[in-house]
Design a protein around this ligand. Sequence first.
Ligand code: GLU
Length: 263
Amino acid sequence: MKKWISICAILVLSGSFLVISSLAATNDAPEVKAIKDRGVLKVGVKVDVPNFGYRDPKTNKIDGFEIEIARVIAQKILGNKNKLALQGVTAKTRGPLLDNNELDLVIATFTITEERKLSYNFSDPYFTDGVGLLVKKKPGYKSLKDLDGKKIGVAQSATSRAAVQAEADKLGIKVEFLEFATYPEIKAALDSGRVDGFSVDVAILSGYVDKSTVILPERFSPQNYGVASKKSNEGLAALVNETIVGLKNSGQLDKLIKKWKLK
Ligand code: GLU
């Protein structure tokens, strides 16, 4: 009996030693040290997605669910949730900004895909959204099926084109895609009639609905959002993931989702 107790004690002690030493290794990673030395965490966020990452034109302040996640990570690394340098990104700019070290992290409705995982580290998902379609009310479209032969505006480097194409193939319809650099440009193209539909995650579309447009009820291809870091920054990625897992397990993530009315 005594022997068993001491074997168990050794196992428990060595287990906690392993956990403590791996945490120390994570915190000692050179990219984490660089953030500590700099005293500020550089995060790429959306500035045009209400409730996720949005710059209030009146106050010029950026806030939202994803900014709150950035604050929790800043608190974890720097002991101060406000030591953040936020930079607005788009679907097209966020990857290159990580590659050239202008950003430590991207928390910007960035969908985790197998292909992107080859280039970046992603945390566990912190939110799941669906791809949708914004159309003008006038033609009376009820679903993607009604857009057979029509043009759909999507953002460059976004997952939307592949998502809509897969759905169109299932329905046996043909759609044409026009690609734009930014969402305001797609909305302008919808308004002017250059495209018949605007497709992206519903979270993003919600910021563009107005009196003359409507989001169709269908949702395609679930989009899991993750916090991204440069592929070589594995220590930082591990620390970020611990933070996301902690937020999930403590119920704090759900509280933030409720606070920002995301579900
Ligand atoms: N979430 C999608 C993606 O990562 C839509 C693009 C965007 O986030 O702006 O491709």
